[in-house]
Design a protein around this ligand. Structure first.
Ligand code: NZQ
Ligand code: ZN
Length: 391
């Protein structure tokens, strides 16, 4: 196991009706002038924003609001949010929604306290400080409610890039599984896929002897395999929603990723797809993961075989371990198909003729040096072949 530090000071309030405690938590974590930041309208239609405002009013907390965050959030609204926060002297940002609303909130939080262009942070500059952020989660997926990360798309060039800092970890996150019951099945499935991707990206490591985190990842994957189909069949199953929601947080606050190298090639390859085609991030990962895994599995056949046996229940073939590894990847693909995810370019509205553009942005865009690194280092030729496997 590698040396590591782990600092995750987010307070979680989990369960039914917990959104009504938002005002109390904002005050507890020092907020007095709040920006409520949310998405395209689902939280307004469900009545959630109304309940959140009432909770803030009950505690005498001032608020301004900024809706309109779109999936794969854009830089334009971040600039708008930064100006609004300065004008309104906001001291706390409350994100209501999914990864997109939360990531946009984190970007605003860092940008407000910075004199330069907030995009500097998404091009590698370290984030030292940010306004405090709280979240009320409405979709189990990105894990941003517990993570130090934020992913934003810059409209100029359509680069989708991430920034990370412990300063961006939410001060609190309210997780009420019942709020996720209004999700369309496709979004529920995309969320399940994203959670499973966060687990795979950590499982694919070059660090030896990381049994404790291996076992934790396997447990969370087994949970997703059990609960995923239950929630697709019965969207109002509170217990299945609850298990998925907590698994989504655990998968990505990095408790199961410490002390080991991680992959993230599937995410980087996918981010080009959701940047260009505006597809759901999880759906993009359903197409990306099997292709990446089939391309790289020979780098460590036994790691893929171990996952196949322990998680997918495959029989170990000691004479041909690569067959076991491939059976595990096929099992993942079948699972993703069974919950309604696309498995090829056509299912995302992606086009074969765009592959050179995707590879250019992935490997050279925004200052990159021609390759991406993770479990395996992939150059432009490798990435071209991987995108071709998705057609
Ligand atoms: O905008 P509204 O109207 O709210 O609709 C949203 C959106 O269309 C809808 N939705 C959310 N909760 C709902 C609901 N509809 C009905 N009922 C509800 N309860 O679902 C759609 C997707 O929402 P979004 O926030 O985009 O989903 P998700 O949580 O999957 O976030 C995706 C973004 O997170 C980034 C992705 O790249 C993508 O931009 N990621 C962020 C990470 C992080 N910060 O740590 C890590 C991830 O790997 C990921 O890259
Ligand atoms: Zn993700």
């Amino acid at each position: 196991m590698d040396n590591f530090t782990f600092y995750s000071p987010s307070f979680f309030m989990f369960g039914k009706d917990t959104e009504n405690r938002a005002g109390e938590l904002v005050k507890r974590f020092g907020g007095s002038r709040v920006l409520i930041h949310y998405g395209g309208g689902s939280a307004v239609r469900s009545g959630l924003i109304g309940r959140v405002k009432k909770s803030l009013e009950n505690e005498g907390v001032y608020y301004a609001e900024l809706g309109g965050v779109r999936p794969n959030p854009r830089s334009g609204l971040v600039y708008e949010g930064i100006s609004l926060c300065r004008k309104e002297r906001i001291d706390f940002i409350l994100a209501v929604g999914g990864g997109s609303a939360i990531d946009s909130s984190k970007a605003i939080a860092a940008g407000v306290l910075y004199d330069g262009d907030f995009w500097d942070f998404y091009s590698g500059k370290k984030i030292e400080k940010a306004l405090p952020v709280g979240t009320i989660l409405t979709i189990a997926a990105a894990g941003s409610e517990g993570s130090p990360d934020s992913v934003i798309t810059r409209e100029d060039g359509m680069f989708k890039r991430g920034a990370g800092s412990d300063a961006l970890r939410p001060k609190f996150s309210i997780l009420n599984p019942a709020l996720t019951m209004t999700l369309p099945p496709y979004q529920t499935a995309a969320g399940i896929t994203d959670i499973m991707a966060h687990l795979h990206e950590r499982y694919l490591t070059n660090t030896k002897d990381v049994e404790v985190t291996d076992r934790l990842i396997e447990a969370l994957l087994l949970t997703m395999i059990h609960e995923g189909p239950r929630v697709i069949a019965d969207p109002e199953n509170y217990e299945a929603r609850a298990n998925i929601m907590w698994a989504g947080m655990m998968a990505h606050n990095n408790a199961v990723g410490v002390g080991r190298s991680q992959d993230w090639n599937s995410h980087n390859i996918e981010h080009e797809l959701s940047a260009l085609y505006d597809c759901a991030h999880g759906a993009g990962l359903a197409v990306t993961m099997p292709a990446v895994f089939r391309y790289v599995y020979k780098h460590d056949v036994m790691r893929f075989a171990k996952l196949a046996v322990r998680v997918w229940g495959c029989q170990m073939d000691f004479d041909h371990p690569e067959e076991t590894a491939l059976a595990g990847i096929a099992a993942l693909e079948n699972f993703l198909r069974s919950i309604g995810m696309p498995l090829d370019f056509a299912g995302l509205g992606a086009k074969k003729e765009d592959i050179p553009k995707l590879v250019e942005s992935l490997c050279y865009g925004d200052g990159r040096d021609g390759s991406i690194s993770g479990f395996v280092t992939l150059n432009a030729e490798d990435c071209t072949k991987i995108y071709q496997m998705m057609v």
